[in-house]
Write a protein that binds this ligand. Sequence first.
Ligand code: SF4
Length: 394
Amino acid sequence: MTVEIEVINHYPWLPSTKDVYSDILPNNPIEFIKRLFEKYPIDEIRGRILKIFGAAFENKEEIMNYKIDELNVLLYLMLNILLTVLDDNAIANRVANLYSKVNYNELFIENDYILYKICEDLNLNVLYYQDPITYRVNITKNQREEIKTKFSIPFTNYLNLAASLRDDYRRLINNSLHDGQVYIQKKDLIRLLQEHVRKKLIPRLHSDKSTLKKLREQLLDICEFKEIYDKILEDWEHMKGDYEPVEFQWGEDIELAEISPPCLKMVLQKASDSQNLIHNERLFLVFLLHALKVPIEKIVKIFSTLPDFDRDKTLYQVNFALNKKYSPHKCATLKSLNLCMAEKYKDELCLKGYYSKTKEEQREINHPLTYIFVKQFRLSKNKNSDEMKKVKNE
Ligand code: SF4
């Protein structure tokens, strides 16, 4: 064990948790949950677990009155069990995003040496320099600025941790690499740990659904567990509607989901499931939503479910794109970026095009906006003819 018990209570995802709490760790999740409810009052467990799920469902970035104690470790383990048996990617992503953000904030105010010990516990082979070392010198307009850090990490470990992060500045080419070590600022190191925490909470896909079903049934036989499980699902059903991307309207009576091309649907769905979006997906989404005149606060809300959401940064970028008046991507560009989903969704309009009465010819869909206009036209035509039929029948 490389860290103190207080650090483990604070960060229960550390490998040393196994050594410290070996007597209560869940070899068998059923036994673990039974013992948990024997040891701690149901009100305390329910209150703290529901607070985490509630904050995640409301897309908050903190957990109110977050406590750091032995129960914090046990609740983390219970959280893993709950996410496994809930078997819902959107819930798991949302909880993992929140939990990792809370840990980012906690790590950010952590003493540098403790941060190093945490990395050591994770076996990351991070090097710690008590006296910060200069790894780069920036010279701008005769001003010399030395960039220093106390941390470096072997590039293989850096690559493993940064693999799923999309920001350009995290690419190895944009970082200082000497003798196999990547020199890294504290906040960037913590961002890597945040991603580690997030990924650890997302359950692996269960290919064996019958084993999962059996585990769920056995756990639901424990009435305290069932009470919490049912309440989470009830809250999720209640909150879910708020986060569906179909909520915002465009034009009269027509929802965006009804008229979205597959490429847009796919990106909106990923955001709604709190999955990471790659850089090009983010740009495509912002430019297209701007072209559709979706209000800024609604665009920010769509981005707010992403794992690395930062409200100020998003607001700045969304406004920046609006002021620059960037044009949304054409189909040809989306195809070259592998973002065209026409084949995957077997979408007839994308694949076969549409008949233009004015041009008297079959035309291809060459822009997502064209798709939207055609769909909107067809939908409003159908609605009008339905209304005409109604009037005739009256
Ligand atoms: S054909 Fe165009 S509109 Fe349709 S999915 Fe592909 S990129 Fe999107």
